[in-house]
Design a protein around this ligand. Sequence first.
Ligand SMILES: Cc1ncc(COP(=O)(O)O)c(C=O)c1O
Length: 378
Amino acid sequence: MSEFDFLVDRQSSDSKKWAKYRAREIIPMWVADMDFRCPQPVLEAIRRRVDHGVFGYTEIPASLIEIVVARLESRYRWMVEESDILFSPGLVPALNQICRGLVKPGGAVVTAVPVYRPFIDAPGNMNRDLITLEMSEQDNWRFPVAELARQVAARPEIDLLLLCNPLNPLGRMLSVGEMQEIVAICDRYDVKICSDEIHCELVLDGRQHTPIASISQRAADITITLMAASKTFNLAGLGCAVAIAENELLREQYRKAGEGIMANVNTFGYVATEAAWTDCADWHEALLVYLAANRDYVYDRCQEIRGIRVNRVEATYLAWLNIQELDLSDPLGHFEKAGVGLSSGDEFYGLGYMRLNFGCPRSLLEEGLNRIEKACNG
Ligand SMILES: Cc1ncc(COP(=O)(O)O)c(C=O)c1O
């Protein structure tokens, strides 16, 4: 039995994922956190910090900045300076802060959908316009570069592209070719890029992630990259994310947009992130094996379920189910009635799809898929 097979009771921990269906017989497979305990070295580091007993305002640990720089170099051959690194209590606040700082009032943000919901909401939160580009299954969910070029050429008010790579909810990774085209277009029309790469350590089958900012000097000059240990090591409740901006002007615009508003990172967020990125390589490797097997299990089961189609995702622990054939008027309610809580595709601007989180013990996944099968046959 693997440590990932162990079913932890999360009902008692105010888990957002589990609280949604408290007292209802519904397996939560929606929000993107995993049902696994985080690695021992993280737990030990937090315990050591708890034992210290004083939790006043905390500086960014110099050792953590060094770890981030070294990790970017060792994993992606991406060389950045320590001064390029900024910390934030989360990627979502950082996305909003970037819309505020890098987009002029009256300006617009472009993003490709379906995409993680806060991409759709952040521009409006900051009184900036949102322009969406459609990706489609018929086109293998390729990034719509031609449409991006058309939009930015036609609309000079576009200041920023919000990019998600690997893509949530699609579970695919952008190719270097796509990234080169994106950078060429953005550079030509003076559009900056915010690249949310929170899922970049969850790439499966030995694939290699490439940060868009690392592909060329031009890319580095126009990009702010967002990363975190939170998805990979299941630390989302601890609130710690990293922004990397090699261009000093972008860094300053970003920093200024958060002045007086953005909270400090939680002390435990720093501690956990440092331990995760220092001492947890074996756990990480085992996790990716477990997730790939769960991904295959979802794929195999869905081959047998009438009305559902799914791809084998390249990254993340999120499967994107095509349910169009079922022709449901209330897809979320339909699956909830069968005892499984998925995310509805329209949340991501992906009508006719549901997102399933398979970052859970296999036994739970099996039961979830049994219920999905019943919902489709019933
Ligand atoms: C693409 C993407 N960005 C950001 C987040 C959330 O980031 P945070 O919890 O740091 O705000 C998620 C969570 O699912 C995500 O999928």
